[in-house]
Design a binder for this molecule. Structure first.
Ligand code: MTE
Ligand code: MO
Length: 357
């Protein structure tokens, strides 16, 4: 299938931008533990790049090397389900509306990824003792549709991110260079032939179409690291976007649904990059009376959890439904989006209404 055919096959996705192709997962993409590939959101800063099929590992390493897809497949394979969320997810709910792609609530999905451990790849190359970061370069580049923030950035930008070497080289981080998604080779829009998957971090860290890894001895400065994808708080220091913020979503009943009077099972998902989620509470009116939902286990270390609550509406009428998650680190969702200039990390409690007939 051509890229256009694949995009046509994703008719259920909510188009945000045809070029570069950005699209949200439909609400049903959040219902199951795993989002089918055709319903997984896509976020790309540039047009689809060509990729020569190799991964170069260099910089401050003892043994620079080049790996082919076949050689990556020969390394011990790891497989894990990972919830990816764009840092801009929910930007449209932020007031005043920040600049950036107008994401609703669907820039989050969970897929099962297969690949080679980044720590194994770095072991092969042998980072030097003075290495501090790993620069991760994607094959994609172009003129940036958002105004570049860094003055030294020219017309042509490449998608480059870095990870601390401690994070990248730690097998416990479960970072992989993934070559399969939901049991099939990566589709072009998701980073074919291989990409990083950095669990628990906002997905900007998960560099698609990975071409180079370079160990650095100085901190990396770049548009996608220190320009965009920074929280520019009004009243405190700017901070890089890192871990997913705790968040719950009601998947059932659907927003604006009309349901019959009687017991109703309210269901949803909850996730956090500083998780697991330890509690989800639900509320059916603006009165702030919260009820404990039944929370399912985190089935794998880097995925969302399911929750449910049996609700008995008191009578017909319109109800405002909310769900609020707390994670193991003690983080709770705020009522109001934490405003920052570029509109990242909105994890405010979502409100939706249903009519009970
Ligand atoms: N090379 C490259 N990698 C990238 C991006 C990109 O524009 N170029 N976008 C990032 C962002 S912002 C997100 S949210 C995720 C989206 O991954 P997906 O399209 O597979 O859902 O990819 C990340 N990796
Ligand atoms: Mo993103």
């Amino acid at each position: 299938m051509t890229v256009d055919d694949l995009r046509q096959a994703r008719a259920e996705l909510v188009m945000i931008n045809p070029q570069p192709y950005n699209a949200e997962a439909p609400p049903r993409g959040l219902v199951d533990d795993i989002t089918p590939t055709s319903e997984h959101y896509v976020r790309s800063n540039f047009a689809l790049p060509a990729h020569d099929g190799t991964l170069v590992v260099g910089g401050a390493v003892e043994r620079p090397l080049t790996l082919t897809l076949a050689e990556l497949r020969d390394l011990p394979a790891v497989e894990s389900a990972v919830t990816l969320e764009c840092a801009g997810n929910g930007r449209l709910d932020t007031r005043p509306l920040p600049t950036g792609e107008p994401w609703g609530r669907g820039a989050v999905s969970t897929a099962r990824w297969t690949g080679a451990r980044l720590s194994d790849i770095l072991d092969l190359a042998g980072p030097r003792i003075d290495g501090i970061e790993v620069r991760c370069e994607g094959a994609d580049s172009g003129t940036y549709h958002l105004t570049p923030i860094l003055p030294e950035t020219g017309d042509q930008l490449r998608f480059v991110r870095s990870l601390s070497l401690a994070h990248a080289a730690d097998p416990a981080s479960d970072i992989m260079v993934a070559y399969a998604m939901n049991g099939a080779p990566l589709e072009p829009d998701h980073g074919r032939p291989f990409r990083l998957i950095v669990p628990d971090w906002f997905a900007v860290a998960s560099v698609k179409w990975l071409t180079r890894l370079d160990v650095l001895t100085e901190p990396f400065v770049g548009e996608f690291q220190t320009g965009h994808y920074m929280y520019e708080w009004p009243d405190r220091q700017h901070e890089p976007v890192t871990h997913l913020r705790v968040r719950a979503r009601i998947t059932d009943p659907a927003p604006e649904a009309v349901i019959p009077l009687g017991p109703c099972t309210v269901r949803g998902k909850a996730w956090s990059g500083t998780g697991p989620v330890t509690a989800v509470q639900v509320c059916f009116a603006g009165d702030g009376v919260w009820h404990e939902a039944e929370l399912g286990p985190r089935r794998e270390p880097h995925t969302w959890q399911s929750w449910s609550y049996t609700w008995e509406p008191g009578g017909p009428g319109r109800y405002s439904l909310r769900a609020r998650a707390t994670d193991a680190a003690g983080n709770v969702q705020p009522d109001v989006p934490p405003w920052n200039r570029l509109g990242y990390g909105n994890n405010a409690v979502e409100v939706q209404y249903v009519d009970v007939a």
